[in-house]
Structure formats: C-alpha cells, structure tokens
Design a protein around this ligand. Structure first.
Ligand SMILES: NC(=O)c1ccc[n+]([C@@H]2O[C@H](COP(=O)([O-])OP(=O)(O)OC[C@H]3O[C@@H](n4cnc5c(N)ncnc54)[C@H](OP(=O)(O)O)[C@@H]3O)[C@@H](O)[C@H]2O)c1
Length: 356
C-alpha cells in the first residue's frame, strides 16, 4: 500500500477505527478520508454509493458498526441486526461497485457457537447454536464475512475479514451501564480509590466527563457528596469495596486495540489476500480469570479497598479463547502485554481527568 493510497476508515471515531487511523497516520499514510455518522449514514445505500463514487477509496477499513454490551444487545436485537447488516452490505457493495482494491472487514468472537470447543478455531463457524443474547449481532457479523467471501469468489474482489477477541485501550466505553468488564473495573477502582481518599474533585471530574449510566448522573448535584455516594453505590462502588458481577472464575482473553490495528495494517497489505481463508482470528492467546484481572487492575490503580464478587449474578461462558495460530503463522502476533497495556490505559484515563 503506497503512502499516497486513498484510504477510507469507516467508523474512525470508534475505539477500533481511531486506533487504525492513529496507526495509518504514524506510518506516513496521508490520503485518508473519514466521515462521521451524522454526515454519512452507512445504513443508507444511496448516501454510501454517492460517497464512494465521489471519493473512490482504494483501501477500505470497515470498523463502523452498532456495538453494545449485553443489555443493549439483548434488548434491542432488531436494531443490532438491521444496522449491522445494512452497514456491512452497503460498504461491501460500494467497495465492489466503485473499484476499491481491498477491504478489511471487522467482526467479533461472538460469531462462534455458544458451546464452541476452546480454543476456538476458524473452522468452528456455523457448527452450533449462537449465544441467544447477541444472536442478532452475531448473525449480521457472519453475513458480513459471507458477503466478503462471495464477492471475492464471484467478482474477484480482495476482501478479508478479521475477528478480534475482547479489546481494550484508548477510546474505550466507560459508561458503567454499557461498558465491557475491563474498562468497568478500571473506572470502578479509580472512583473507589478517590472515594477512599475523600478526593471528591476527582470523582466530580470523572462523573462530569463520563456518564455513569442508567441516567444516574444526568442531573447530579456534583457538590452533594451524599448524592454522589448514593449514585456510585448503585453502580457497585462502595466506601471501601467494589462489587464485581459473578464468581470471578470465568477465563477471558484481552487484546490491546493497538495490536488489532497492527493486524489490520499487516493483513490488508498481505500478498494473495484471498488465499488467507474466509477470515482470521485475532487474539493475544493469553487468558486470565476475571478475579485475577480485577486483582491486577487493583494493583495498577493502587486501590486499597475490597473486591466483592456477587455470586448471585451470572458468570457467562466459563472460558472464551480464540485460536489465533493461523494469524500468527502469517506474520502477526500481539505485542502488548496485559499489564503494560492496562498501565498505559489507566495513565491515559487519569491524565484526562487531570485536564478537566
Ligand atoms: N470493542 C470491542 O471490544 C470489540 C471486540 C471485537 C470486535 N469489535 C469490532 O470492531 C468494530 C468496531 O468496534 P468499536 O468498539 O470501535 O465500536 P465503537 O467504538 O462503538 O465505534 C463504532 C463506530 O461506528 C460508527 N457508526 C455506527 N453506526 C454508523 C452508521 N449508521 N453510519 C456510519 N458510521 C456508523 C460510529 O460513528 P459515530 O461515532 O460517528 O456515530 C463509530 O465511529 C465492530 O465491528 C466490532 O464488532 C470490537
């Protein structure tokens, strides 16, 4: 890919898209086009076609999607399947129609059956029933993989799909109602530590910067310490303990989003891209229990309170690990170790609070 190549990053404002954009810029690519969703709604085929017709990107990173946690996913399945199917079919079709050289489509590990063998290899796709709470999202992601594959087969396009494991890093979602486990633990412990230290300035700055969720902090009187404590308590942050859903025993895999961005840049430039298979798993290959993850974050944040595991809450799948050996054998592997990655995320989070 030449530095002058015209590149479109769809979803550049999101966690994944922004990591791809940062990497492209730092590697010297300068002819990059982006659009916010309010300027270009990728669910709309004619808007998408007009944009591609005008810009004619040569390379497309498809990181635009409707993404959410378990609550949003399970209560708004129609929105999740409709938006993600529409975005994928419009961008993939326009890339074909307006002659993009290559497209890299991003999916997720939820495409695999609920009871997939661990670690999950690429050939386990469509071998069993999906997890019902995110079935709609997963079906849209599977359809996008198949669109890429069949456009390649029928029209000779060069479209590739990557399926990353759980991601964390810059630009993550810290709304405690919607966030994934790792950013939620970081935020809860930062707030728990501030409460213990009576540092209400930091708590105020945090709540003003990121909503806690459930509409709790919208009309908050930031000078009312009792009100703040009540709201934090509802989010599982007590005076001297932080509540964590489930037993802490499930094993999970985490990948820093900058490692994923490196995989995207690596694979979009790979020779014989269509020989790589329908898609590739992208994971760190290292697992950690939720309990050990919480202990690690506690140590990094310097939180002195207790960790209370709420065993009445569901644990989810006991183990979820991707087999990324195929991607590794093709020249990419994760390079950011979990401790270093979390240290840099915590540092970045605190620096942002300081600036307020
Ligand atoms: N986060 C994870 O842990 C994770 C893990 C595995 C895979 N992935 C995959 O990575 C991809 C990106 O995820 P992410 O975490 O970066 O999501 P994100 O932070 O929510 O970003 C999504 C992006 O999509 C854009 N978008 C949404 N609807 C759009 C529309 N109708 N038209 C145009 N743009 C639209 C948003 O644009 P605006 O901001 O302008 O609205 C935003 O920039 C997804 O395919 C996801 O499945 C994520």
């Amino acid at each position: 890919m030449k530095h002058s190549a015209k590149i479109y990053v769809a979803g550049h404002g999101g966690m994944v898209g922004s990591a791809i954009l940062r990497l492209l810029k730092s590697e010297g690519f300068y002819n990059i086009v982006t659009k916010k969703s309010r300027e270009l709604d990728l669910r709309n085929q004619s808007q998408t076609n007009d944009f591609f017709d005008q810009e004619k990107p040569e390379y497309v990173f498809l990181a635009a999607a409707k993404v959410g946690g378990i609550v949003a996913n399970s209560t708004r399945q129609a929105d999740f399947i409709y938006d993600n199917l529409a975005i994928a079919k419009n961008v993939i079709y326009a890339s074909y129609k307006f002659g993009a050289k290559r497209l890299l489509n991003l999916g997720s590990s939820c495409i695999y059956p609920k009871l997939a063998n661990q670690p999950m290899t690429e050939n386990q796709l469509l071998t069993g029933l999906l997890e019902p709470t995110n079935e709609a999202y997963a079906i849209a992601k599977i359809a996008a993989i198949k669109l890429c594959r069949y456009f390649n087969e029928q029209y000779g396009t060069e479209f590739i799909s990557l399926m990353p494991t759980n991601l964390y890093g810059t630009g993550d979602n810290y709304n405690l109602e919607k966030s994934h486990v790792l950013p939620a633990l970081i935020r809860k412990m930062i707030l728990g530590k501030a409460l213990q230290e009576n540092n209400f300035e930091l708590v105020k700055s945090d709540i003003l910067q990121n909503p806690i969720g459930w509409g709790n902090s919208e009309n908050l009187d930031c000078d009312d310490k009792n009100e703040i404590k009540t709201i934090l308590g509802r989010a599982g942050i007590g005076d001297d303990s932080v509540y964590i859903w489930g037993s802490g025993s499930p094993l999970r895999e985490f990948l820093h989003v900058d490692d994923l961005a490196a995989a995207c840049l690596h694979f979009i430039q790979k020779n014989n891209i269509t020989d790589l298979g329908e898609f590739l798993n992208i994971g760190s290959a290292s697992e950690i229990s939720i309990k050990d993850l919480a202990i690690l974050i506690k140590e990094i944040v310097g939180y002195g309170g207790k960790l209370d595991f709420d065993q009445s809450k569901p644990d989810g799948t006991p183990r979820k690990l991707m087999d990324s050996s195929k991607a590794n054998s093709l020249g990419w592997s994760a390079s950011i170790d979990l401790r270093n990655g979390i240290e840099s995320v915590v540092g970045g989070y605190l620096r942002k609070l300081d600036k307020k």
